[in-house]
Design a protein around this ligand. Structure first.
Ligand SMILES: [Zn+2]
Length: 316
């Protein structure tokens, strides 16, 4: 444990990758640039007029959460499926970056955050010792409930996340997982968990013109009680870990790290955003404080491949 004051971080240099969007099927080139302190995470659509393409990565720009998290600016320009990159930025303590994209949707890559972690590692990171890092400290519990779904933020010393899910499929069933966010825990336990979908839903979405880029290389596809991916799962409880990955990314749209505990019950992108809206609607629920690293949040550690995380469940 250390109590070193933290400074804002950005990328050390520009890096690029490319891939298709899981919903649109549109191929896009993604470029991550260093950015000035106090600018946050900003997206720029390079296929749009230059005075209209900038979209701040912030909770108030979230306007669609049905399948993924979509950000839209005042010109009506959108960028879809930002949550996995946002999670990687949050976990690696990147406060400021400019994300350029020449299409409407972020590449899905392998469905997890691991390719974005690798991309940020390729760029390297640097701190701005003239810009102290701040955090949002939760002062009292804020809950958002919708039917049998619930999301809660409550006071805590670090950035911890817990989630429970229940699905009427033996491949998923009940899964419950909790972790404290740090560079190391995210790399080891969360980053590689992939997005998932159910075969009948995937077929229905395709008919609606969605899920066009989704396939077994970037999505866990569940059919009844079976996982259709030939290599099975990356973790026995990969589903709840991916939902936690999404929660980390969606909550990163707060604009600053949140010191407190997130707890989700069957929650997803919609509730994650409504929870942030409930938080910021109540100024007595939080305060801005200097971010003090209590864990190894700035340590760069490589991904480990422990045997148990590769345990595939039976399929077929
Ligand atoms: Zn996701």
């Amino acid at each position: 444990m250390s109590s070193t004051p933290s400074y804002q971080r950005t990328l050390a240099r520009t890096v690029s990758t490319a891939g298709v969007g899981v919903h649109s099927g549109v191929r896009a080139t993604l470029t991550l640039h260093p950015a000035d302190s106090d600018t946050g995470i900003r997206f720029r659509r390079t296929d749009k007029p230059s005075d209209q393409g900038l979209i701040q990565g912030i909770w108030s720009n979230v306007n669609d959460t049905r399948l993924c998290t979509v950000l839209t600016n005042s010109h009506g320009v959108s960028v879809s499926t930002v949550e996995h990159l946002m999670a990687a930025f949050a976990a690696l303590d990147i406060d400021n970056a400019l994300v350029e994209l020449d299409g409407p949707e972020m590449p899905i890559m392998d469905g997890s955050a691991e390719p974005f972690i690798a991309l940020i590692d390729e760029a390297g990171t640097k701190a701005d010792i003239t810009a102290p890092r701040r955090a949002i400290k939760i002062l009292k519990t804020v809950t958002y409930t919708e039917g049998d779904k619930q999301a809660t933020l409550s006071p805590g010393q670090d950035r911890s996340f817990g989630l429970s899910i229940d699905f009427n499929s033996a491949a998923i069933a009940h899964q419950d997982y909790r972790f404290t966010l740090s560079n190391r825990t995210f790399r080891d336990d969360i980053a590689e968990a992939r997005t998932f979908g159910f075969l009948p839903e995937v077929e229905a979405l395709r008919k609606m013109g969605l899920a066009r880029g989704g396939n077994l290389d970037n999505t866990i596809v569940v059919d009844g009680d079976r996982v259709l991916n030939p290599d099975g799962l990356r973790f026995e409880n990969e589903f709840v870990r991916h939902k936690l990955l999404d929660a980390v990314g969606d909550l990163a749209l707060a604009g600053l790290p949140i010191l407190g505990h997130f707890q989700g019950l069957r929650s997803g992108h919609g509730l994650n955003n409504k929870l942030l809206r409930a938080l910021f609607a109540d100024p007595s629920a939080y305060e801005l404080v200097p971010f003090v690293a209590s864990t190894d949040v700035t340590a760069k550690l490589s991904t480990t491949n422990s045997p148990q995380k590769r345990a595939a469940v039976a399929h077929g």
